[in-house]
Each structure stands twice: as structure tokens, then as C-alpha cells.
Design a protein around this ligand. Structure first.
Ligand code: ACO
Length: 382
């Protein structure tokens, strides 16, 4: 293989087929199982979209009710998991906390523990694990934020949907419908995005016939980086650094002179705008109005206008999500764990798809190290 054959960053490589979602950068569109994500965000609760991603179709009312019934007991934080989380330092990054929590859940699920040969389990077991993980992650993320504030966990509310219950468990107040709606939309927009870095990581791990929890733990590790999911946290650091709309231009001049990457802008696949941004920007606008924070909207619009005019690079989903989560009251370090709680349904759909038609994912590399040489002092054995 020559250097010429290397596709660094796997740019442009089609690694497999998937029936879960379709990203079309030409039309700036994103379909989940054929449905435009904008239409799903406008009409569906998050768990109906989870059903769609896992099963291939939106649930009937009775299917959704049955899924909710199965999820209900898993929405509270299990005592043994709380104990494990409480052993972590309070200044651990919440992404490390969430990654560890999923790892603990994997160890507590002993169904496949007898042998590595049992790690994958049955499709029914994996569907059940997916549902349980998605049900408990809000409790993990909400408790993470609460324990950093010295607060006890809040019990889930059976009468609230996923988005409203997540906010309830984080803040201990029933959310305003405007806020719950914006949050629900963000979860749906974050739920799935084909072969992004974290999903691909989960598929690589699943392809070795490792278990679903291990694949999700790996995906969380990949999501943490600021070039991927960590960008929603990083966007808020940018907003905090700039502080006031009057500082946007001097801040940007300096940042570009320093060759900094502006977090929340750019995308490997979309080069003319991220299909999810208009929906999330509209949700941010409702929050700006609800909280009466026109300053946030002004800073957002000004930075977008200045940066996009200069560089021709457009915002990605993390750009509106960061300030939206800030307005809702989430701590900045909690933003990427929110992404985990949403994307887990996409990851698990992909892990199950990988198991169903598996081929070990194992690319090649082109070697450019030293030519073969002898270890000093080595004498061939007779
Ligand atoms: N700020 C400044 N310049 C940028 C940015 C940015 N945000 N994004 C791309 N560029 C520039 C690069 O410096 C590069 O310029 P050059 O050709 O002069 O060297 C050019 O645009 C191409 O950029 P690459 O990084 O090579 O493009 P790639 O497709 O690999 O990167 C990525 C995509 C990693 C998302 C990049 O745009 C980036 O780092 N953005 C900031 C981080 C971010 O917001 N990540 C979230 C991704 S979306 C998500 O996870 C929901």
C-alpha cells in the first residue's frame, strides 16, 4: 500500500450500510428511518423516536405505552450505582462520571458474564439493555449535576414524559412547557447521526462481539472530545470568554490570528450548514424569549454572522445547543452528558444493527516507520 491510498480521518470512506439514518449534505437533510428529523422534533416525544430508531417505525399508542411501562422501573437511580458515583471525586468531569456509570451498569448485568462467548446475548436482551440504559441515563446525568451542588437525587415522575422528567430530576421543579419542548427537540436532534465518530466507535467495539455496554462506554469516550460532542460544552466557554456582543469582533480577530478553531462551527459531512441547526436555533429563540435574554440571541447572531462571513464555515448543532442548555440552567460541564443521554438510542440502534450483520471492523495502515533493523546485542539462537 502506498501513502497515496491512505484516507486520513477516513474522509469520504463508506464503511458499511445502515438503515437507521441518512445524512444528505447536498440537501442539508437528515432522515431517521426515512422521517425528516425536523418533523420528528416538532411532533414526537423523545421515547417515540427511540422506538423508531430501535424498531424501524414509530410506535402505535399501545406500543409506546408498553415501552413506557418497561422503562418506568429503570428511570430511578439504582442504589448500587449511586454508591459507585459517590466514590468519584466531585471535580471529576461529568463525562468521566457517566462513562464510569455505564461501565458499572455493564458489570451489574451478569447475564453474559460467564464467558466472553456470551457477551453479545440475544436481540431481545440487547433491546432490553438499550431501553434500560436510555431510561436510567437521565437519572445519572441529573444526579451528577445535583451532587456537584450538594443536592440529593430527585425521584422520577411517572406522569412526565422523558424530556420533562429529565428536567424535573435535574432541577426538582416541574419545567415550563416551553422549556420542556425545547429540551425534547434537542434530545431528538442529538439522538442519531449515522457514522459519526462515537457511533463508529460503538460499531467497532460491537464488531469484535463485545457486549453492548462496552460499546456504549467506548462511544462515550469518543463523544467527550471537543471535535465531537464536547463541542457543546466548548461553545459555552466561547460565549463566556466573549461575554458581551460588543466583544465579538475583537475576540474573533484574536482567535483567528491565533489560528483557534471556533467551537460549534464546521462539520465533516455538512459543508453548507448542518440540517439540525434551524430547528435548534428556533428552540433557542423560544428560550431567549421565555427567559427574556435578548443578549444571548444577539451574541449568537453576531458571532455566527462574523465568523461565517469571514470563513464560509457554518454552525453545527452544538452551537445553538450550548446556549440553550445554559438558559435552561444546566451547568456547562453537564452539556455533553446530555448529548450522551440522547445519542445512546442511536448508538444502541447501531450496535444492534452491527450484531445483526457483523463483520469485524479492522482497517489497514500504511507503515512509514524505520526499515527493518537488528536489536543491538541480539545473537540469533542456534
Ligand atoms: N474554526 C476555525 N476553522 C475551522 C473550523 C472551525 N470551527 N472548522 C474547520 N475549520 C477550518 C480548518 O482549520 C481547515 O482549514 P485549513 O484548510 O486552512 O487547514 C478547514 O476548515 C477544514 O477543516 P477540518 O478540520 O480539516 O475539517 P474536518 O471535516 O476534519 O473537521 C470538524 C470537522 C472537526 C467538526 C471541524 O469543523 C471542527 O474542529 N469544528 C469545531 C469543533 C466542533 O464544533 N465540533 C462539533 C462537530 S458536530 C457534532 O459533534 C454535533
Amino acid at each position: 500500500m502506498t501513502e497515496h491510498d491512505v484516507r486520513k480521518g477516513l474522509v469520504g470512506v463508506v464503511a458499511d450500510v445502515t438503515a437507521i439514518s441518512k445524512v444528505n449534505p447536498e440537501t442539508n437533510s437528515l432522515l431517521y428511518r426515512g422521517y425528516p428529523v425536523q418533523q420528528l422534533a416538532a411532533t414526537q416525544p423523545f421515547d417515540a423516536v427511540a422506538h423508531l430508531l430501535w424498531h424501524g417505525d414509530l410506535p402505535t399508542p399501545s406500543q409506546l405505552a408498553a415501552q413506557r411501562e418497561r422503562a418506568r422501573p429503570h428511570r430511578a437511580l439504582p442504589a448500587e450505582l449511586r454508591e459507585a458515583i459517590d466514590r468519584l471525586p466531585l471535580d471529576a468531569h461529568p463525562m468521566d462520571e457517566v462513562r464510569t456509570a455505564v461501565s458499572v451498569l455493564g458489570a451489574l448485568d451478569t447475564a453474559g458474564a460467564a464467558s466472553v462467548l456470551d457477551a453479545v446475548g440475544t436481540p431481545e436482551q440487547n433491546l432490553d439493555r438499550s431501553l434500560r440504559l436510555s431510561a436510567v441515563l437521565p437519572a445519572i446525568v441529573a444526579y451528577g449535576q445535583r451532587r456537584r451542588r450538594g443536592l440529593e437525587p430527585v425521584e422520577p415522575r411517572g406522569d412526565l414524559d422523558d424530556a420533562a422528567n429529565f428536567l424535573w430530576m435535574t432541577f426538582g421543579d416541574e419545567p415550563h412547557p416551553v422549556v420542556a419542548d425545547a429540551f425534547n427537540r434537542s434530545l431528538i436532534l442529538y439522538a442519531e447521526h449515522s457514522f459519526n465518530a462515537s457511533t463508529f466507535t460503538s460499531r467497532v467495539i460491537a464488531s469484535t462481539l463485545s457486549d453492548l455496554y462496552s460499546a456504549v462506554v467506548g462511544a462515550i469516550g469518543a463523544l467527550k472530545g471537543p471535535l465531537h460532542g464536547g463541542a457543546n460544552e466548548a461553545v459555552m466557554h466561547v460565549f463566556d470568554e466573549i461575554g458581551d456582543v460588543a466583544n465579538v469582533v475583537p475576540w474573533l480577530d484574536r482567535a483567528l490570528a491565533d489560528k483557534r478553531k471556533i467551537m460549534g462551527f464546521g462539520h465533516r459531512v455538512y459543508k453548507r450548514g448542518d440540517s439540525r441547526v434551524p430547528t435548534m436555533k428556533a428552540a433557542l429563540d423560544t428560550l431567549v424569549a421565555h427567559y427574556d435574554r435578548p443578549d444571548v440571541g444577539d451574541l449568537y447572531d453576531t458571532l455566527e454572522r462574523e465568523f461565517t462571513q469571514r470563513k464560509g464555515i457554518y454552525p453545527n448543532l452544538d452551537y445553538p445547543s450550548g446556549p440553550a442548555y445554559n438558559l435552561m440552567g444546566f451547568d456547562t460541564v453537564t452539556f455533553t452528558p446530555l448529548f450522551v443521554a440522547a445519542r445512546v438510542v442511536g448508538w444502541t440502534a447501531h450496535i444492534m444493527e452491527q450484531y445483526a450483520a457483523n463483520a469485524l471492523i479492522r482497517p489497514l495502515s500504511a507503515y512509514d516507520g524505520p526499515d527493518e533493523r537488528h536489536v543491538p546485542g541480539y545473537v540469533p539462537e542456534a
